[in-house]
Write a protein that binds this ligand. Structure first.
Ligand SMILES: NC(=O)c1ccc[n+]([C@@H]2O[C@H](COP(=O)([O-])OP(=O)(O)OC[C@H]3O[C@@H](n4cnc5c(N)ncnc54)[C@H](OP(=O)(O)O)[C@@H]3O)[C@@H](O)[C@H]2O)c1
Length: 292
């Protein structure tokens, strides 16, 4: 089996890489903070000191970076992906970025005769550990097909959505909906509490009705306990709201609900909650309640 490169050992990258190693894939990994690769070595991965060195060694390489700036930096900066990109090699960016960022990366890779695929994912830390992600790929179909054995291990379903940008856009639409839902859910939990109802009973009621969903089921009990142990960092959710709102601007789609949710995530960041789980946006609603 050909060795796969993997750049970015954050919450998601690490979980996805460990899962691939467990399923017998050979990986060479890199992370900006190199020490974060140590755990991967214990699982059998090799480590290189630069993205360029990973690209040189592997037929195709996956990137899982925080945001557009990080995704661009890993490709374009010194010792980056581009330096060793050439014919026969592929790069798959699984980070959540906007379509413009993805297009810039695609143009650069293809100008070196390499293949490019964007493949952001739906699903968080636990689905990444369990190989239950939903993969939203677009771009070079041949690279998609080459990567399918790895996608089948990382995800429960892969979509090929056509031209570059479609995967990025689909991911932003999904996360825009999720961020708006999380805010409505937070308000509901506080409203129940403030009006004399037990929020745990609200969770039971919600779970039996038409708006039951895994997010309410999983996050509700921990939010009531004010436990925001990070699965999806709040700063990344705010980035996704920002990028989704920009997509709305481009397409003249009015999104007042998403705009309000974005403000709540920005407020949470200003309160120093950016590295906590995105469910910590609950704190912004709670403050309003506590001060009344
Ligand atoms: N967590 C989730 O539930 C989830 C779910 C779906 C999609 N996503 C998306 O997946 C991506 C990764 O998320 P995550 O939760 O794994 O984030 P994370 O834990 O914050 O990890 C971010 C990764 O990006 C690297 N990075 C940041 N800035 C960089 C730069 N300028 N140059 C090079 N590397 C840089 C970090 O390296 P260091 O270790 O050196 O900081 C780290 O490896 C994001 O786009 C996120 O929106 C996340």
């Amino acid at each position: 089996m050909a060795e796969i490169g993997f750049l970015g050992m954050g919450i998601m990258g690490k979980a996805m890489a460990v899962n691939l190693l467990r399923h017998g894939f050979k990986l060479t990994v890199w992370n900006r903070t190199l020490s974060r690769c140590d755990e991967l070595v214990k699982h059998g991965a090799s480590v290189k000191e630069t993205p360029a060195a990973v690209i040189k060694k592997c037929k195709y390489t996956i990137g899982m970076l925080s945001d557009p700036a990080a995704a661009l930096s890993v490709v374009f900066d010194k010792d980056g992906v581009l330096e060793q990109m050439c014919s026969g090699k592929g790069y798959i960016d699984m980070s959540t970025v906007d379509a413009d960022t993805s297009s810039k990366i695609c143009e650069a890779i293809t100008s070196k005769d390499g293949y490019f695929l964007e493949a952001p994912v739906s699903g968080s830390k636990k689905p990444a550990e369990d190989g239950q992600l939903v993969i939203l790929a677009a771009g070079e179909k041949a690279l998609y097909e080459e990567a399918l054995p790895a996608f089948d291990v990382m995800g429960k379903k892969s979509f090929f959505l056509g031209q570059i940008g479609n995967g990025a856009k689909m991911k932003l639409v999904v996360n825009m909906i999720m961020g708006s839902m999380m805010n409505a859910f937070s308000e509901g939990l506080i409203l129940a509490d403030k009006s004399g109802l037990d929020p745990h009973t609200l969770l039971d009621v919600l779970d039996l009705g038409g708006i039951a969903n895994p997010m309410f089921r999983m996050k509700g009990p921990t939010m009531i306990q004010e436990n925001y142990s990070t699965a999806f960092p709040l700063k990344h959710q705010q980035k996704d709201m920002r990028l989704a709102l920009a997509l709305g601007d481009e397409n003249a789609v009015s999104m007042p609900v998403a705009a309000a949710a974005n403000e709540a995530f920005k407020k949470a960041r200003s309160m120093g909650l950016g590295d906590l789980d995105f469910s910590a946006v609950y704190e912004t609603v709670k403050i309003a309640k506590d001060s009344s």
